[in-house]
Design a protein around this ligand. Structure first.
Ligand code: SF4
Length: 183
């Protein structure tokens, strides 16, 4: 125990260094998403996050969008508590058998226009949980997916790039570039 305490005092933390608080590229990316949302919707994006059975790794990255480093609310993004107020459903994890109906009902409760973004490798095809008796597969097994953002888990920057690609393609009436087309 004493050796462990000594080691933790001598060595620094093993986590990655925090991103720069004044990351100009990140701020520009977030501003681009906000402008694209205003052009398409006349306001900023309302996002509902749905955990369909993830390990919570993807949620940590999604939550990071609102922390003091990324602070997306300064660009007007809102994570909403009800799908009835959402434009985008960010769905994580493989869809578990227990969550299938809840996911379908969440989708039905979301007003048009709406987009479904499958976040992370598990949301694509079940990832490391593929084949489990408890999973029915990726998000596209249950819902029409407009965009898939790869990664295990995808970083906040990758999430923002995905949202920007989604809005750009929606504006031009094109299928999205990073994932399955809108059905
Ligand atoms: S993609 Fe990775 S981080 Fe996300 S739910 Fe799957 S295992 Fe967890």
């Amino acid at each position: 125990m004493r050796r462990m305490l000594f080691k933790s005092l001598v060595h620094g933390p093993l986590t990655e260094p925090a991103p720069d608080k004044d990351d100009a590229a990140m701020a520009e990316l977030a501003a681009q998403v906000e402008r694209a949302a205003r052009r398409r919707l006349g306001r900023t994006l309302a996002i509902r996050e749905v955990d369909a059975g993830s390990c919570n790794g993807c949620e940590l990255e999604i939550h990071a969008l609102n922390n003091v480093v990324y602070d997306l609310e300064r660009f007007g993004f809102r994570f909403v508590a009800s799908p009835r107020h959402a434009d985008v459903l960010l769905v994580t994890g493989p869809v578990t058998a227990n969550m299938r109906e809840a996911l379908e009902r969440t989708y039905q409760a979301t007003p048009h226009p709406k987009w479904v973004v499958a976040v992370g490798d598990c949301a694509r095809d079940g990832g490391v949980f593929a084949g489990s008796y408890a999973c029915v597969g990726g998000v596209s097994t249950v819902l029409p997916v407009d965009l898939h953002i790869r990664g295990c888990p995808p970083s906040p920057t990758a999430l923002l790039k995905g949202l920007l690609a989604l809005l750009d393609c929606a504006e031009r009436g094109m299928p999205t570039a990073l994932g399955a087309g809108r059905s």
